[in-house]
Each structure stands twice: as structure tokens, then as C-alpha cells.
Design a protein around this ligand. Structure first.
Ligand code: AP5
Length: 209
């Protein structure tokens, strides 16, 4: 199954994706995670992307489209994928349509006050990328990942000004994709303001799994 997870920052796209990849038997492809790995490894892409990401802006379409196109050519993506964080602009969506046909677009609906609470408290494992939360999902030992023992840190773009900018960019550039995909009849809406367990159950229901 070829899926796009579409929703604002903090909607829980990554959290749901890790919970359903085994069920669907497809990889999660997060452009944000690919970029953060490139930043950590200080590759030319990472060096170019870091300041853009920290400011809450989008990396240019050409770079991201090429990156996703190459990733979708890998053997593990041949039977499907969850695209988490791509496409984020109409040009990205049009480019994707030229190299892959998606089955469904899962549109995450979460009120802004909940998004702010989630992003402000997010803590991430540097090694396995698991998302914790400072209040609702703390690691058992502070600063240490329960799953792999990696360091748990705060993302540079989870600072208040960057969060605000990311929400603005989402409304201006990414939200129009909902209508774009609705016109193609592939959108399923998911109310994602409840707990992760409840969101997983709702996802299974709307997807008929
Ligand atoms: P990216 O990493 O894609 O960030 P994002 O879209 O802003 O999404 P987030 O990762 O912030 O949120 P999420 O919806 O995955 O929520 P999560 O599950 O983590 O992109 C980062 C940057 O990279 C961009 O700003 C841009 O610069 C660049 N970039 C990436 N893709 C690009 C593209 N296509 N084009 C151009 N530039 C691109 O959850 C958040 C928190 O909430 C966690 O703490 C979690 O534990 C908690 N939580 C989640 N669900 C629940 C729940 N149901 N109940 C309670 N808590 C929950």
C-alpha cells in the first residue's frame, strides 16, 4: 500500500507511522528524518538544510523531490511505503505523481492548541528516532531511550519561534494539498487528537484493516 501521511507539525504522523509499518509491511519514509540524519553526518545536503530547518522553513522542492525519487527506487519501497512529511508543496505532489501513484492520503486533523503542546514537549531519540513527550510519554530514565539506549534530545526546530513558523508554512504551502488530493478522491480523514493507541485503532478502522 502506498500512503501519504499529511498533517501539520506535531499532528502525530511519525508516531502513527512507527506503530503501523509492521502491520502494513511497508517502510516509513520520513523526509524530516532523512534530512536530520544528513545534518548529523554533516553531508553537503545536511549543511545546506540545517539553517533552513532550524528556521522552520522548507528545503527547496528540487532537492527534496530528487531525494524521495531515489529513496522510492530502493528495494524495500517496491511494495509500498508511508510517506511522512512529503509532499509538502503542490510542485512536490505533482512531481511525485510522475514517478509513483499513491493509494490513499491520510489527512491528520488536530487543533492548534494540541499541536503546540505536543511540539513544545517532544523529546526524540538521536539513534532510533522514537518520539517521547516531556509530560505524556517520558522515557523511563531521563535523557535515555527506552528502546535502544540512545540519547533523548530536543529538536532544534522545536523552539517556540520555529514552531510558529512551521505552522505558518504548513497553512500557506502544505494545507492546499488537502484539496489537491480530495479532488482525486484519495483522502481519508483522521481525527488525531486522542491518545496514540486510539489513533492507531481509528487508522485501522478508516483503512479497513
Ligand atoms: P518533519 O520532521 O517532517 O517535521 P513536521 O512535519 O513538522 O512533523 P513533526 O515531525 O514535527 O510532527 P509529527 O506529525 O511527525 O508528530 P510526532 O509524531 O513527532 O520536518 C522537519 C523539517 O524538515 C521541516 O520543517 C523542513 O524544514 C524539512 N522538510 C521535511 N520534509 C520536507 C519536504 N517535503 N519539503 C521541504 N522541506 C522538508 O509527534 C509530536 C509529539 O507529540 C511527540 O512528542 C509525540 O510523542 C506526541 N504525540 C504524537 N501523537 C500523539 C497522540 N496521539 N497523543 C499524545 N501525544 C502524541
Amino acid at each position: 500500500m502506498k500512503l501519504i501521511f499529511l498533517g501539520p507539525p506535531g499532528a502525530g504522523k511519525g508516531s502513527l507511522a512507527v506503530r503501523v509499518v509492521d502491520l502494513l509491511g511497508v517502510p516509513q519514509i520520513s523526509t524530516g528524518e532523512i534530512l536530520r540524519s544528513a545534518v548529523a553526518a554533516q553531508t553537503p545536503l545536511g549543511i545546506k538544510a540545517k539553517a533552513i530547518m532550524d528556521a522552520g522553513e522548507l528545503v527547496d522542492d528540487g532537492t527534496i523531490i530528487e531525494l524521495v525519487k531515489e529513496r522510492l527506487e530502493q528495494p524495500d519501497a517496491q511494495k509500498g511505503y508511508i510517506l511522512d512529511g512529503f509532499p509538502r508543496t503542490i510542485p512536490q505532489a505533482k512531481a511525485l505523481a510522475e514517478f509513483s501513484a499513491v493509494d490513499k492520503v491520510v489527512n491528520f486533523d488536530v487543533p492548534d492548541n494540541i499541536l503546540l503542546e505536543r511540539l513544545g514537549g517532544r523529546r526524540v531519540c538521536r539513534m532510533c528516532n522514537f518520539n517521547f513527550h516531556a509530560v505524556s510519554l517520558k522515557p523511563k530514565v531521563e535523557g535515555v531511550c527506552d528502546h535502544c539506549g540512545g540519547e533523548v534530545y530536543i529538536r532544534d526546530d522545536d523552539m517556540p519561534e520555529a514552531i510558529q513558523k512551521r505552522l505558518e508554512v504548513y497553512r500557506a504551502k502544505t494545507e492546499p494539498l488537502i484539496s489537491f488530493y480530495r479532488e482525486q478522491g484519495v483522502v481519508v480523514d483522521i481525527t488525531a487528537q486522542n491518545t496514540v493507541d486510539e489513533v492507531v485503532e481509528l487508522f485501522k478502522k478508516v483503512m479497513g484493516l
